[in-house]
Design a protein around this ligand. Structure first.
Ligand SMILES: [Zn+2]
Length: 239
């Protein structure tokens, strides 16, 4: 998938999250990480991407002092290719029960292979109340090598994520991407894939995607398969 192939692996490559990425980069530079983070905002705005960059930055073996992970060392590559022993991504929609979280809590105390063990819990608002009870203990007293990165599309006001959990995390908001940033990104990918895209197609996709970059990149993928913007627009118009 295009959004996987062109997924950023440095904080500076992440578009449109100026209230978040500079702070995380500065934390990396100072090697001052929190034990738990909560990334919140709409879908397709880069939360999982940033969580993976954070994981790379925390465990990078060739950090150059700029606050960015190298992206190429053994640890960074393992994380990019989803085969790291230390980094686990959990889809909280599927693994939402107390037994899932109890297993996670148990494993969290085992020593990491690298510097830190990092758990990324996507869509954490879907965890059950009992699962939150178990996770809260970990948020309150995490082992020194553990970092929990929770992410959610919830707006944090509906009570689906317990207040006690929110208060234990450093909060980072994510916002919908601006049209200019999305256009620049789509043009970059199109150039890498040698696809020609015209302005009217770009305007159409930007308006369709509503600030969701992953959704726009998925439309570009369809364009690539169909081989032209007119065919793509026609297909979507009749869908
Ligand atoms: Zn590295």
């Amino acid at each position: 998938m295009l959004y996987e192939r062109y997924r950023p692996y440095r904080f500076d490559q992440v578009l449109g999250q100026d209230r978040t990425t500079p702070i995380l980069k500065a934390q990396t530079k100072l090697n001052r990480f929190a034990h738990s983070y909560l990334l919140f905002g709409p879908s397709g705005t880069g939360k999982t991407t940033v969580a993976r960059i954070m994981a790379m930055a925390m465990n990078c073996q060739h950090s150059d002092g700029t606050g960015e992970p190298c992206g190429e060392c053994q640890s960074c590559r393992a994380i990019r290719e989803h085969r790291s022993w230390d980094v686990q991504e959990i889809d909280s929609g599927r693994f939402r029960g107390i037994d899932d979280i109890k297993g996670l809590v148990y494993k969290s105390y085992l020593s990491p292979v690298g510097k830190r063990k990092i758990y990324i819990l996507d869509e954490c608002q879907q965890l059950t109340r009992e699962a939150w009870g178990s996770l809260l203990k970990l948020l309150e007293e995490p082992p020194p090598h553990l970092c929990l990165i929770l992410s959610t599309t919830d707006d944090l006001t509906g009570g689906r994520i317990p207040e006690t959990a929110i208060s234990r995390c450093e909060l980072f908001p994510f916002v919908r991407l601006k049209a200019g940033d999305m256009k620049a990104r789509l043009r970059l990918i199109a150039s890498g894939e040698r696809i020609s895209i015209d302005d009217s197609w770009l305007d159409w996709v930007i308006s369709f995607a509503q600030g969701n970059l992953r959704s726009a990149e998925t439309e570009l993928e369809k364009l690539l398969i169909l081989g032209g913007s007119d065919e793509h627009k026609q297909l979507c118009a009749t869908a």
